[in-house]
Design a protein around this ligand. Structure first.
Ligand SMILES: Nc1nc2c(c(=O)[nH]1)N[C@H]1C(S)=C(S)[C@@H](COP(=O)(O)O)O[C@H]1N2
Ligand SMILES: [Mo]
Length: 357
């Protein structure tokens, strides 16, 4: 009997049912913005059930004017919209060799949505920060245990002030023009555009302004622990900005194509500016050609690309795509291995067969 819980996510590739982890199918990445039902879901703990009328958001800590904002207070404040890609830091983890522990994402741990909410900056200005403030802790209403957590904890993440003062970092209450659905953080979530998804805390419970970064379970877990004999663990860097990356959305792995002309399509993005070039190889890295690239849409969305491929000869081909961003970052053939399998931006490689029908 199929698990009925899985049927409610028919537009996604469900990797786990409770908490929900579900990815996007490659071909669905050809849309300008993901459908809300087609946006990936990554929850560490079961989604909490919240009533908007009972919910409020305390803002305390190193502030002169503590706040307690209701859902309706937020709806009545000046709003801002951001179209943003969100990618899970563990996306493509299963392609790392050896794969790290954690959700075995293929490449589906990403989505693009139009988010609407109140700039965090506006709320922090109302709370009036003390001069010592450097970081802000965002805690979720969800809790549970993590592998190696040694007990129950809430989902929480601090973000440095500099990123929060960017007006595109918002307390979001709408996704694609509708109330945020339960799985994506109803009633209000943080959206940190250009960063990996872990910082965009869902189901906000409270905001605490601090004079130092928080060092809880999640800040320590979302770090790049390299394979250096344990020597550099203390210096392990936090996962923040999205690495330059591209994916081939069609054809997909294993496709059998007729000999003749085909279009290879895909997406590319970076948290460090926009994409300036996507190159495609159809012969396993021997030669590369530049694809036709869509202009950037805002500062944080993905960019689509495509290239014609004359697949005259029958046989096997390995398609690859490689993106370059406006800071000159180029996607590597193999992303550096790290203990938790984060920020895997290795070149996407797609084997296909050309065969007469
Ligand atoms: N409260 C809370 N916020 C959270 C999480 C969570 O488990 N609990 N998961 C984080 C991670 S790891 C990611 S990738 C994004 C996923 O957001 P989405 O489910 O809306 O796609 O939410 C982040 N915010
Ligand atoms: Mo994530």
């Amino acid at each position: 009997m199929p698990d009925p819980a899985l049927n409610s996510y028919k537009d996604l590739n469900v990797l786990s049912a409770d908490p929900v982890c579900a990815g996007v199918f490659l071909r669905d990445m050809e849309a300008p913005v993901s459908s809300t039902e087609g946006h990936f879901i990554r929850s560490h703990f079961p989604a909490p059930q919240v009533e908007a009328a009972d919910w409020s958001l305390p803002v305390t800590g190193d502030v002169d004017n503590s706040l307690d904002l209701s859902y309706y207070d937020l709806l009545n404040m000046p709003s801002h919209e951001v179209v943003s890609i969100m990618e899970c830091a563990g996306n493509s983890r299963s392609t790392m060799q050896p794969p790290a522990e954690g959700v075995q994402w293929d490449n589906g741990g990403l989505g693009v949505s139009r988010w609407k909410g109140v700039p965090v900056k506006t709320v922090l200005e109302r709370a009036s920060l003390k001069g010592v403030a450097t970081d802000v802790l965002f805690e979720g209403l969800d809790s549970g245990t993590e592998p190696h957590s040694g007990g129950e904890l809430v989902y929480a993440m601090s973000v440095p002030l500099a990123k929060l003062l960017d007006p595109d970092t918002i307390l979001a209450y709408e996704m694609n023009g509708e109330t945020i659905p339960k799985d994506h953080g109803f009633p209000v979530r943080l959206l940190v555009p250009g960063w990996y998804g872990m910082a965009s805390v869902k189901w906000l419970a409270k905001i605490t302004v601090m004079d130092h970064p928080n060092c809880g379970f999640h800040e320590m877990d979302y770090r790049i622990y390299p394979a250096t004999d344990g020597k550099s663990d203390a210096k392990a860097k936090r996962v923040t900005k999205l690495k330059v990356k591209s994916l081939i959305s069609s054809p997909v792995k294993g496709d059998v194509l007729c000999p003749g002309s085909h279009t290879i399509k895909g997406v590319a993005w970076s948290g460090d500016g926009h994409i300036t070039k996507v190159e495609v190889s159809t012969d396993d890295n021997r030669t590369w050609r530049e694809a036709k690239l869509e202009a950037p849409v805002g500062n944080y969305s993905w960019q689509h690309w495509e290239i014609d491929w004359d697949a005259a000869a029958t046989g096997h081909s390995l398609l690859r795509s490689r993106a370059t961003d406006s800071q000159g970052n180029v996607q590597p053939m193999l992303a550096p291995w790290n203990f938790r399998g984060y920020q895997v931006n290795s070149i996407h490689s797609v084997p296909v067969t050309v065969r007469k029908p």
